[in-house]
Design a protein around this ligand. Sequence first.
Ligand SMILES: Cc1cc2nc3c(=O)[nH]c(=O)nc-3n(C[C@H](O)[C@H](O)[C@H](O)COP(=O)(O)OP(=O)(O)OC[C@H]3O[C@@H](n4cnc5c(N)ncnc54)[C@H](O)[C@@H]3O)c2cc1C
Length: 387
Amino acid sequence: MTTTRSPSGARRPAHTDVAVVGGGVIGCFVAREVLAARPTASVTVIDKDLVAGGATRRSAGLHFPRGASAAVRAMAAESQLRLTALAATRPDLPVHPLPMTVVAAAGTRLDETYLREARLRPAVGAPHPLIQLPAGTAGWAVDGCHYADVPALTLALMAELRPRVPVRESVTVTRLDPAVDRTRLTLSTGETLEADHTVLAPGPWLGHPAWRDLVAPIGARVKKIVALHVERAPGPDDGVVVFHEEDAFLLPYHHRGHWLFSYTCTEWDVDPERLDTALTGADLAAARDVLGRYAPHLVEHAVSGRVFCDAYHPDGPQVRPLTPTGRLVFTGAAGGSGYRLAPSLALRTVRLLEPDPEPEPASASAPDAVGAAPSDAFAPSVRKDPT
Ligand SMILES: Cc1cc2nc3c(=O)[nH]c(=O)nc-3n(C[C@H](O)[C@H](O)[C@H](O)COP(=O)(O)OP(=O)(O)OC[C@H]3O[C@@H](n4cnc5c(N)ncnc54)[C@H](O)[C@@H]3O)c2cc1C
């Protein structure tokens, strides 16, 4: 980004067609998708930390073909297609297909949660010698699962973008001033950047003073996430086991040489700036309690882990214009699924920047959530459905 001078010599703010605030996995996919839609656009990514240093850095990286609502299932299906295609064309990327078993109470209608592509079928035997199925539960085999080293993937994709996309790391956006046709971003370096379109992909930093008041009406909240590291080496053919009722999973973390156990922590309204990322005794006890129901022999090996947080919304992930003209857009609140839903969120974010064929007069009320009607022109050349 350069600051330009007017004929009189006065400094003018630099300009970009699209500013992406947040260089996590979602911001990275948004930047890619903007360029796929409009290859000549100037795009700038800004992050107050290093790229992939936020929630993305701690992501367990599991993708499974399911969704709690029809909207999330549609996003999961869309993302699965794109992530699978990406991994097929780029075998160097850290995306690893895995066998998967879901353990649930007998008679649970898993077909209401899982995608058709999952090809749910009764599993043969226990999912792993160390796992005991409690009475009244059964296992189902599932297709279409993988896990990724999300920070490594994000860094690899961002490296690919860098020749075309200025990436401003360790640069905080301290202030946002939205106007009708652009947004002015004030940066911690003292520079200003004017962007025709600004995409806010702040992960759990919903409360940053630069946008707290703009984002608050969305109604998203931030929840702590904890996963334990189980210090036992997984076998090469081990797959992930999902415990349906507990919304927990045991993932063979082949690339790190241990298992990862994720369970549902219920600590709400944490602040990513203040959150202590050290595992507490309470975290350990709560996670071990769930793990012990299925894999008691692993409990003593569950000695460390990863702690952070993510933004959640009761209606699922959000892609929302924050201004009547839609030139400032929020994307995220992916509720602990921001890796697996990132490609779909990015697609929907770019669609929101597309021209409305029959533009309606600007209204003060923002359209609702994911897939909301486009509200302002992005560029005439934007494709409807990037392939
Ligand atoms: C322990 C854990 C396990 C998880 N497991 C899974 C999983 O198995 N599968 C899955 O799909 N998802 C998982 N998730 C969720 C997933 O990691 C997140 O949803 C996803 O990383 C969010 O990406 P993001 O880009 O929105 O946010 P982030 O990665 O947090 O990126 C936001 C960025 O914004 C930057 N930023 C904030 N404020 C400013 C500012 N003022 N100026 C400039 N930059 C700013 C931050 O520095 C940060 O880098 C997990 C999350 C955690 C914490």
